[in-house]
Write a protein that binds this ligand. Structure first.
Ligand code: F6R
Length: 602
């Protein structure tokens, strides 16, 4: 995904920008660019592909006098990954970089074109620089012109703008996409993530949505809708690893909190007003496909299971899911009308990769859902959809699972639209629900506090049952796996209806049951299953928007307008529960014993 770096000061600017962008490389990008204004004028370099290409193009250039500088790595959303579409975008004598999506850019672009502004790129970002230059005509000063510009933007943005008309300032604004300002003496830095400025800035201010302002003369002036604001910086660690945790105790904790923002990246350019679009998929790709087979391992297998309910229910297409290591040796029957989907966070899991090779050998079309571009599974597949979760450092997967499940839900809707199994109104409702996803994933302080307090009661006993029905069954499997992985306590996930077929024999006062009880899906059925367990004296932790009188502990969820929103909210609860139990038990949450992040052996 896109990255931003900015700098005002006397240090060599190209190096600061390129070093910073390199730290953001892990997010993935397909082009990069820098723009610098110093006493010699405007300088800009752009290149498609990796940063080395940009370095090669700008190798004769350096800027050691005072100046302003902005840089960007771009992940194509509007328009192809070419040099014209790479940021920074130039007006007459101003440059802009931007992360996010300007939702009303077509209206703004049409108006500007009518007024004679020429557009060079296909991006939404370019409207910002032209709008700014248009506004300078009737504004008191350049900052007023910038302020009027951002007041016209709808959507998500983190943006930096520099202009030769005021060559000692950087104008900035943030709404929905991350941006921070770093300080070190008179030097001022900007970045979309603090990893880009660690070792350079010593203190940092993380901008809030709706904040904007300018950096000039070694000082930042900050505004929001209430006018000029005081702000307090925090020290920025010079240790990359601890600074990367952004104040969280563990990467896993940070990654749980990050889920609410990374899902916007997953949806960016794909979830449109009335349709789902995947630039990666050819229009005819689904022709002749009558069935889907998904292979994956562990957590990725759980997201596959969730999607199998949705593919059959919404897209009316047969969908089978298999654990990759089982698939490989069962001599599976494969027919060419089957689309073979692999799901893998790392893209390197040996069993999943080998399963994919088998399917390809049998002549099946293949599609990978993966978090790592250019990984083996991505390279091996006909098509790949990247989950865009950013690097996941915690060994126990959280945000990778959330983005996989979200992407699969989008793929189900995409397939349903093509197969004409969803009405326009239902699709609109689904898209509305997708847009609320980030909210469902937000961690409220009270919720985390409550789970922290509850966790002390769940440190003993002989085991946990996580139970759910339908898509909440795979979530039960995932909740149990998370707890097992980092707490080393015994936990199993079950379909709630299976209790009386065996597992209930384990029910006694030393068994904990985590019951996933959504309002929108079979609430009464699961209620009876939980009642059966309660009658055998197990401790019940109910997670539900509905009060449940037999619960020993109860976590009330907020979302109930769509079952997938309930799903994501409950997922966060199970992740936090595993995290808090594990911390109380004194375990290394990020590096649990016996586990590896990427399983490249069979
Ligand atoms: C659990 C976890 C693992 C992985 C599994 C597959 O938290 O992360 O179960 O899901 O090893 O890995 P990927 O998704 O990289 O193929």
């Amino acid at each position: 995904m896109c990255g931003i770096v900015g700098y005002v000061g006397k240090k060599e600017k190209k190096e600061i920008l390129v070093d910073g962008l390199r730290e953001l490389e892990y997010r993935g990008y397909d082009s990069a660019g820098i723009a610098i204004i110093d006493s010699r004028g405007l300088h800009s370099y752009k290149a498609v592909g990796k940063l080395v290409n940009l370095e090669e193009k700008s190798k004769e250039f350096s800027s050691k006098e005072f100046g302003v500088a902005i840089g960007h790595t771009r992940w194509a959303t509007h328009g192809k990954p070419n040099e014209l579409n790479a940021h920074p975008h130039l007006g007459k004598n101003s440059f802009v970089v931007h992360n996010g999506i300007i939702e009303n850019y077509t209206i703004l672009k049409d108006e500007l074109k009518l007024e004679g502004f020429e557009f060079l790129s296909q991006t939404d970002t370019e409207v910002i620089v032209h709008l700014f230059e248009k506004n300078t005509i009737n504004s008191l000063n350049k900052f007023e012109a910038f302020k009027s510009t951002i007041s016209l933007l709808e959507g998500a943005y983190a943006t930096l703008l520099i202009t030769n008309d005021e060559p000692d300032s950087i104008f900035f604004a943030k709404n929905g996409s991350p941006m921070l300002i770093g300080f070190n003496g008179d030097d001022i830095y900007f970045a979309s993530s603090d990893t880009a400025i660690i070792g350079k800035a010593t203190s940092v201010y993380y901008l809030e949505d709706g904040e904007y302002g300018y950096a000039k003369d070694g000082k930042v002036t900050l505004f929001n809708s209430d006018g000029e604001q005081e702000f307090r910086t925090k020290p920025l660690s010079s240790n990359k690893l601890s600074a990367q945790k952004d104040g969280y105790r563990f990467f896993m904790e940070k990654e749980i909190y990050e889920q609410a923002s990374v899902v916007s990246d997953t949806m960016m350019g794909r979830v449109l007003d009335e349709t789902i679009k995947f630039e990666e998929i050819d229009d005819n790709f689904f022709n002749d496909i009558n069935c889907i087979k998904i292979c994956a391992c562990g957590t990725s297998y759980h997201s596959a299971l969730v999607s199998s309910y949705l593919f059959e229910r919404v897209a009316k297409i047969r969908c089978e899911v298999e654990i990759a290591s089982e698939f490989r040796y069962k001599e599976p029957l494969l027919t060419k009308d089957t689309l073979f989907i692999t799901i893998s966070q790392s893209g390197e899991t040996a069993d999943t990769l080998e399963a994919l090779k088998m399917a390809k050998k049998a002549g099946l079309k293949s599609l990978a859902i993966c978090n790592v571009d250019n990984s083996s599974i991505v390279r091996e597949s006909d098509i790949s959809l990247l989950t865009r979760a950013g690097v996941e450092k915690g060994v126990a997967s959280t945000k990778a699972f959330a983005t996989q499940t979200l992407l699969l839900w989008m793929l189900v809707l995409y397939t349903a639209e093509r197969k004409d199994t969803i009405s326009k109104d239902s699709l609109k409702d689904e898209i509305e629900a997708l847009r609320k996803c980030s909210n469902a994933l937000k961690v409220d302080n009270w919720l985390h506090d409550k789970i922290h307090r509850l966790s002390k009661r769940y440190l003993h006993g002989h085991g946990f049952f996580f139970i759910g029905r339908d898509i909440f069954f795979p979530l039960a499997l995932e909740g149990a796996l998370k707890l097992k992985e980092i707490s080393y306590l015994h936990a199993e996930g079950y379909p709630a209806g299976e209790m009386k077929h065996g597992p209930i024999a384990l029910a006694d006062s030393e068994l904990f049951t985590v019951a996933l009880m959504p309002k929108n899906l079979l609430f009464d059925k699961i209620k009876s299953n939980v009642e059966e367990l309660s009658a055998r004296d197990t401790t019940i932790l109910a997670i539900s928007p509905e009060e449940f009188e037999l619960a020993d502990d109860y976590i009330k969820t907020r979302c109930s307008s769509h079952v997938m929103l309930e799903f994501f909210e409950m997922m966060v609860v199970t992740q936090l529960l595993a995290l808090e139990i594990s911390i109380r038990l004194g375990n290394d949450v990020d590096m649990p014993r016996n586990l590896a992040k990427s399983v490249t052996v069979e």
